[in-house]
Design a protein around this ligand. Structure first.
Ligand code: HPA
Ligand code: ZN
Length: 345
């Protein structure tokens, strides 16, 4: 069964303040911008036009998406390209009432093509500063290691990024999950912890529940990105609930990459009911059919028992799971209650 959320609930999902904690900035690159940057930089694309590129967005699994995602990122060469990409995301985030975004970026995707790391980080950091000035959106960058590459390459990337340490708050782990377990990156995460960086990792998206446990126990991550396959281990679900380990869940992504056949089969509502700190996020919005409010609306449409209480809890979870200060979290909670009250009267 599915039914459109009532107009007041739709208004709440859009207007409530929220933090977005699982967003790959390279996954926010819309086809129109890909073509604009390709023309600007003289990069040839193997697609005739925007329509042809969009038509290729029919994925069967994570790898089939990653192949296109890395091809799309090939148009990013200069600092202003990274700025333009991030600025376009912040415009969408402002419309969705995102008050805070913790944004993943994949340095190795760019440095492997000869793009200087400084161009990547300075372009993104410039957009973050402007988003704060123009929209009041707070943000932070999280540097992700590509797990299909070696740990030595991840270690070299971390060292190369250290001159830019003030521009990122943490490290993450993304790309092809199966066959690349968290333990492969134990040393580089230990080094990141030593440097005082926050640690998160994708786990339990396509990989087994065991990867969630090793990400927690061996990498000592503070959040799990995706984590939905925890449902295969009742003991793990209980642990995640008890320890309030945040899961940054991405409903539309999971359907587009065939983790679930449809949103009705998505376990987020069950995990929320079980007391886990689950949050709603967009992952790669340009590729998966929507930004964060689109994810909320589609999820609530597919699960008609979700209402105001769950919307409120999901917003609260996003604040709790963020790496922002307690003072800012308290302010967002007050803003959330004010929005709920305004919409109720
Ligand atoms: N999973 C793994 N790696 C990624 C993803 C994802 O959903 N998006 C971008 N890189
Ligand atoms: Zn992701």
């Amino acid at each position: 069964m599915s039914a459109s959320p009532t107009p007041p609930l739709r208004a709440l999902l859009r207007r409530m303040p929220k933090a977005e904690l699982h967003l790959h900035i390279e996954g926010s690159l819309e086809p129109e911008l890909i073509f604009r940057l390709a023309a600007r930089n003289g990069v040839e694309l193997p697609y005739a036009d925007v329509q042809a590129l969009r038509a290729a967005y029919a994925f069967t699994d994570l790898q089939s998406f990653l192949d296109l995602y890395y091809a799309g990122a090939s148009v990013l060469l200069k600092e202003e390209d990274f700025f333009d990409m991030a600025w376009a995301y912040f415009e969408r985030a402002a419309a969705d009432n995102v008050v805070h975004a913790e944004i993943f970026f994949d340095p190795q995707t760019h440095t492997a093509r000869g793009v200087p790391l400084a161009a990547v980080i300075h372009g993104l950091a410039h957009a973050c500063r402007r988003a704060h000035a123009e929209f009041g959106i707070g943000s932070a960058l999280i540097l992700c290691f590509l797990r299909h590459l070696t740990e030595d390459e991840a270690l070299a990337t971390l060292e190369e990024a250290l001159p830019h340490r003030q521009h990122f708050i943490g490290v993450g782990l993304d790309s092809s999950e199966r066959g690349h377990p968290p333990e492969k990156f134990a040393r580089v995460f230990a080094r990141a912890r030593e440097l005082g960086l926050h640690c998160v990792a994708h786990a339990g998206e396509e990989g087994p529940a065991a990867y969630i446990e090793t990400a927690l126990d061996l990498l000592q991550v503070e959040r799990i990105d995706h984590g939905v396959r925890c449902t295969e281990s009742p003991a793990l679900v209980q642990r995640l609930a008890q320890q309030r380990v945040p899961l940054t869940v991405c409903p539309l992504s999971n359907v587009k990459l065939c983790v679930y056949p449809d949103l009705a089969a998505h376990p987020l509502p069950t995990l929320l009911d079980a007391g886990l700190c689950v949050t709603v996020n967009s992952d790669d919005p340009a590729y998966f059919g929507g930004y964060v409010v689109d994810n909320f609306l589609a999820l609530f449409e597919a699960h008609p028992h979700l209402g105001l209480a769950q919307a409120r809890q999901l917003a609260l979870n996003s604040f709790e799971a963020s790496f922002a200060s307690d003072a800012r979290k308290a302010r967002w909670r007050r803003e959330l209650e004010a929005v709920i009250e305004r919409l109720a009267t």
